[in-house]
Ligand binder design. Structure first.
Ligand SMILES: Nc1nc2c(c(=O)[nH]1)N=C([C@H](O)[C@H](O)COP(=O)(O)OP(=O)(O)OP(=O)(O)O)CN2
Length: 138
């Protein structure tokens, strides 16, 4: 399996209103480094998983919807704890939707690094499209 990873970062504010999270129940800020790893078993006709510029742009556009936001007030997180894991899933699902037309991609992993010693990831299996646009056999 080939993989391509690009990275960006975002600042958000949020609270985790559950006693499980101790002091993080209060409103606090976080700067997440966000990595996206795209995977495919066969390289495309250019010998790449996908263009790095395209991968970077996709990630940036998705993060633009979250940057400098208080996730407690973000409609997509209403009634949900915006843990690192949940935000990783959110980013992955939006990226997958934006990349739906790109052929050959099989898997996407989004990793959010809270700090140098702690991170969480979410992996999505993607519906594989053939180079002609239809479903491809796995
Ligand atoms: N699995 C997760 N655990 C925690 C998350 C998370 O998103 N996923 N988030 C937090 C807090 O938001 C914050 O990032 C850290 O808060 P803190 O109280 O410092 O948490 P720690 O667990 O590192 O330290 P404690 O000794 O438990 O206070 C927390 N956990």
């Amino acid at each position: 399996m080939f993989t391509l990873t690009v990275r960006d970062h975002m600042m958000i504010a949020h609270s985790l209103p559950d006693p499980f999270f101790g002091p993080a129940q209060s409103l606090h800020g976080a700067t997440f480094a966000v990595e996206t790893t795209w995977a495919r078993p066969v390289l495309d006709e250019h010998g790449v998983v996908m263009d790095i510029g395209v991968a970077s742009e996709l990630l940036s556009r998705v993060l633009d919807g979250l940057r400098y936001r208080n996730l407690d007030e973000h409609p997509d997180f209403t009634g949900r704890l915006s843990t690192t894991e949940v935000v990783a899933q959110y980013v992955a699902e939006r990226l997958a939707a934006r990349a739906a037309g790109i052929a050959g991609l099989e898997r996407l992993t989004v990793t959010l690094r809270e700090n140098p010693d702690a991170w969480a990831s979410y992996t999505l299996e993607l519906p594989v499209l053939s180079e002609r646009g239809g479903p491809a056999p796995r």
